[in-house]
Design a protein around this ligand. Structure first.
Ligand SMILES: [Zn+2]
Length: 329
């Protein structure tokens, strides 16, 4: 073992997702050394189970861990360590300070972050957009998650809301009410949770194989046969909604590259080319036409971002005076 390997440190990442909790131990290069996951129950025991599994993975890895990150599916107050707007499966978190929880349960300094921001950070630090300084992510799944990086800085805003509500921009004033209180949001018009609502309204729903599936998701929609008229219509409609949402995000944040992620990208050829065409066609005439790319390992995006956050926190704590400030003295 070399001196470098002996001093190597790992980070533990916990992604409290809408349907599953993912836990990983990652090395300094953002590679996942060990991972585990379980289905969310929505009970406080989920947090205990996450801590237990993280402890087991840390022990099994044999590498000392010096920081942790926790991702949440909603708006977070990083200073208070809290989820501001409770996701229905995390209502029990209430006023709980997850930074303090991590320090006790995991035994290391713990950062928290919105899951889409963590995914973007993971991809620009270790993944498909490595080195990018201006990037936007849109994650298609149960809802639509977004985040933006401008000139190398992750956009957070004064109240931690900036960049992450791109799934809640109105794309249809005649659209359905969104669960956020707004009307015709892109995720109300085209996401897994809203798919059954749109399918139920479709005039050819009875002839659609999708209607016979208990919980049809985006991957099923994009895998459906061409002659399934309702599925074909909804695919076109969903791609248009996502395209419109991306055009607005590009107008707002002027990215060099756009990362599109989510399980639906398993049907990459049915999603990315038409989405790219829509965005490039509808952007402001002089706006940069960003490349649309997908992560190689989308299941690692959030974990990698959390590892990057934890590493940055550790670096700040071990060297609290920024180099630029030190030079001014
Ligand atoms: Zn909304």
């Amino acid at each position: 073992m070399t001196a470098g390997e002996r001093s190597a440190k790992a980070r533990v990442a916990i992604d409290l997702g809408g349907s599953s909790v993912k836990i990983g131990v990652l090395d300094q290069d953002g590679s996942v050394l060990l991972r585990d996951e379980f289905v969310v129950t929505g009970e406080p025991a989920d947090l205990d189970r996450a801590a237990d599994l993280a402890g087991q993975l840390i022990k099994e890895s044999g590498v000392p861990v010096d920081g942790a990150g926790v991702a949440l599916p909603g708006v977070v107050d990083r200073a208070a360590g809290q989820l501001i707007r409770a996701h229905d499966k995390y209502g029990y978190l209430g006023d709980r300070d997850l930074r303090a929880w991590g320090a006790t349960a995991l035994g290391v300094p713990t950062m928290i972050e919105n899951d889409a921001r963590a995914a973007l950070l993971g991809e620009v630090t270790y993944g498909c957009a490595r080195g990018a300084t201006d990037a936007v992510i849109m994650t298609l799944g149960t809802g639509i998650g977004t985040a933006a990086l401008i000139d190398g800085t992750l956009l957070r805003g004064r109240h931690d809301h900036a960049g992450i509500l791109g799934g809640h921009q109105t794309v249809d004033l005649s659209g359905i009410p969104c669960n956020c209180g707004n009307l015709g949001c892109s995720e109300a018009e085209a996401s897994t949770w809203s798919l059954p609502l749109h399918l139920a309204r479709h005039p050819q729903r009875d002839a659609s194989a999708l209607a016979r599936i208990e919980r049809p998701g985006l991957a099923v929609l994009f895998a459906a046969a061409e002659d399934d008229a309702a599925a074909a219509d909804l695919r076109t409609r969903f791609l248009t909604v996502w395209g419109a949402a991306l055009v607005s995000l590009c107008h707002a944040y002027d990215p060099e590259v756009v990362i599109v992620s989510g399980g639906v990208l398993r049907a990459r050829d049915r999603v990315l080319p038409p989405l790219t065409d829509y965005v490039h066609e509808h952007l402001w005439s002089s706006a940069h036409r960003p490349e649309l790319i997908t992560p190689d390992r989308p299941e690692d995006s959030v974990l990698r971002g959390l590892a990057a956050l934890a590493a940055a926190q550790t670096a700040t704590e071990s060297n609290p005076v920024p180099p630029t400030a030190a030079r001014k003295r």
